[in-house]
Design a binder for this molecule. Structure first.
Ligand SMILES: Cc1cc2nc3c(=O)[nH]c(=O)nc-3n(C[C@H](O)[C@H](O)[C@H](O)COP(=O)(O)OP(=O)(O)OC[C@H]3O[C@@H](n4cnc5c(N)ncnc54)[C@H](O)[C@@H]3O)c2cc1C
Length: 339
């Protein structure tokens, strides 16, 4: 069981800055995110787009903002638990017991939900039997491309991820690319590359087809794909990859006994606490009169929630407000020398 002063759910901009605020006032924290990378919407949805309304930063992309927030955390040792969804939050006397999808357990007096619009989940294949092959021979993201070497791989999707992986895996695998439409949505240069590889027999392309059946008991042996005109083709394959984009789901957060209103969590504006003592909601996921779904609001909300955590994590100490410019305590935590 991991013990921490505060557990943050969500490594988007709000969760990241809140970790800074917690560490600055001397509290421990750990961060769990369902994504395999840090940055939330900024990194998943618009890494290259410039943002113009971060205070004192005239212009930066989603990726630059994320990197700056990560840099700001450098003085501190923060444990990230990525590719893990928080599934359960339950009360145990004066602590919250938090469980993740990978079976990790945390005990903490403070849970800070910075879950944005919910967890990003891959859109999945429709046939029911796909579930039993998931993470064995059927994947929605690639962690280790070596497992596909010398194997037959069938990739579904028409966007950049599907096309990029089709090109990459065709170097060492037999690749089939299946898309339900005639036109691909990816970058034209990659579409052209796929067409070249199709001509030279390195990739088999099937358009206007969708997955209708997966055959095999423990491992995938073949799949049936169905054309718009109902024609069925059988393809022998070892692996299936689906790149249909991500959907955002409030997911398990809906089951933790919190006041939820239109997929957001109601909080007060003093501590950003929910209807459960010691559970806070900040950033896009919280709601209160006048809430603005902007990154700058999440920063303010996180700063106040962090101070509220202090009371429950250090019940016998008094929190003292200090500036980073002048407090020797804070400067020490930041690894800086005071004058
Ligand atoms: C295209 C676009 C452009 C934008 N431009 C601007 C702009 O110019 N300026 C601006 O201020 N804002 C902008 N925004 C909005 C801004 O991105 C959001 O306000 C901000 O990302 C909210 O941050 P957050 O940390 O609250 O949530 P998010 O960034 O959504 O991060 C939440 C994280 O929580 C994780 N999570 C959720 N549930 C769980 C769970 N149960 N277990 C584990 N992890 C979980 C998710 O995987 C996600 O990574 C834009 C948004 C979009 C989509």
């Amino acid at each position: 069981m991991n013990k921490t002063d505060a557990l943050i759910i969500g490594a988007g901009p709000t969760g990241l800055f809140t970790a800074h605020q917690l560490k600055l006032i001397g509290l421990d924290c750990e961060i769990v995110d369902n994504l395999d990378k840090i940055g939330g919407q900024c990194i998943e949805l618009y890494p290259d787009k410039p943002i113009y309304d971060i205070p004192a930063v005239p212009e930066c992309t989603g990726e630059e903002l994320t990197n700056n927030l990560i840099n700001q955390l450098k003085p501190f040792d923060i444990k990230f638990h990525l590719s893990e969804r928080v599934d359960e939050v339950k009360k145990d006397t004066d602590k919250w017991i938090v469980k993740t999808s990978k079976g990790k357990t945390f005990s903490t007096p403070n849970v800070i939900i910075a879950g944005g619009v919910g967890s990003f989940e891959p859109r999945k294949f429709a046939p029911k039997e796909c579930e039993k092959f998931e993470n064995k021979s059927l994947f929605y993201s690639i962690k280790d491309k070596k497992i596909f070497e010398g194997k037959a791989v069938t990739i579904f999707g028409g966007g950049d991820s599907a096309l990029d992986w089709a090109v990459e895996l065709s170097k060492n695998s037999k690749v089939n690319l299946v898309h339900r439409r005639d036109e691909f949505r990816g970058a034209q240069a990659t579409v052209d590359q796929v067409k070249e590889l199709e001509k030279s027999g390195k990739i088999n392309v099937f358009t206007k087809f969708q997955l209708s059946k997966v055959n095999g008991s423990n491992e995938i042996e073949s799949i049936d794909i169905k054309h718009d005109n109902n024609e069925i083709k059988n393809i022998e394959t070892d692996y299936l990859l689906g790149f249909f984009g991500l959907i955002m789901q409030l997911g398990p957060i809906a089951n933790w006994g919190l006041n939820i209103d239109k997929k957001t969590i109601q909080v007060d504006t003093e501590k950003f606490e929910t209807n459960q003592k010691g559970i806070y909601a900040i950033g896009d996921i919280c709601t209160y009169p006048g809430k603005l779904k902007l990154i700058l609001s999440g920063f303010h909300e996180g700063a106040l929630a962090a101070r509220a955590c202090f009371k429950l994590a250090r019940p016998n100490e008094k929190y003292r407000f200090e500036f980073t410019t002048t407090s020797s305590n804070l400067l020490k935590r930041l690894g800086k020398k005071s004058d």
